[in-house]
Design a protein around this ligand. Structure first.
Ligand code: ZN
Length: 106
């Protein structure tokens, strides 16, 4: 996988059984919804995102205490939008937005 800090890529669900830690190669733009268990109930927490630039694993929180990302739309429908921007600091440096299901660099 070529590292490209200016890559534009669609957000896709990592569909391997068990999600994270599977046997597949994690590709830039793949995402897995993350839930936490609270009193036995699954509560949305956010997303694991494989960096659009380098496929390294990032954790984006979309619930709980501020500050966190705001998520609208739907991953599987290709309409997911996260605000504010995503920046892979201390990594490949990819910086951009997930807008309507596509990671777009700034
Ligand atoms: Zn990166």
């Amino acid at each position: 996988m070529q590292i490209d800090p200016k890559r534009t890529v669609k957000a896709t669900r990592d569909r391997v059984e068990g999600g994270l830690g599977g046997q597949d190669t994690d590709l830039p733009g793949e995402m897995v919804p993350v839930v936490h268990l609270e009193d036995g109930v699954e509560v949305p927490w956010g997303y694991t995102v494989f960096c659009p630039g380098c496929a390294e694993r990032l954790s984006l929180q979309t619930a709980g205490p501020e500050p966190h990302w705001t998520a609208t739309g739907d991953l599987d429908a290709g309409t997911l939008t996260l605000t504010p921007s995503i920046h892979h600091q201390n990594g490949c440096g990819w910086h951009g937005h997930l807008v309507e299901g596509t990671f777009v660099p700034v």
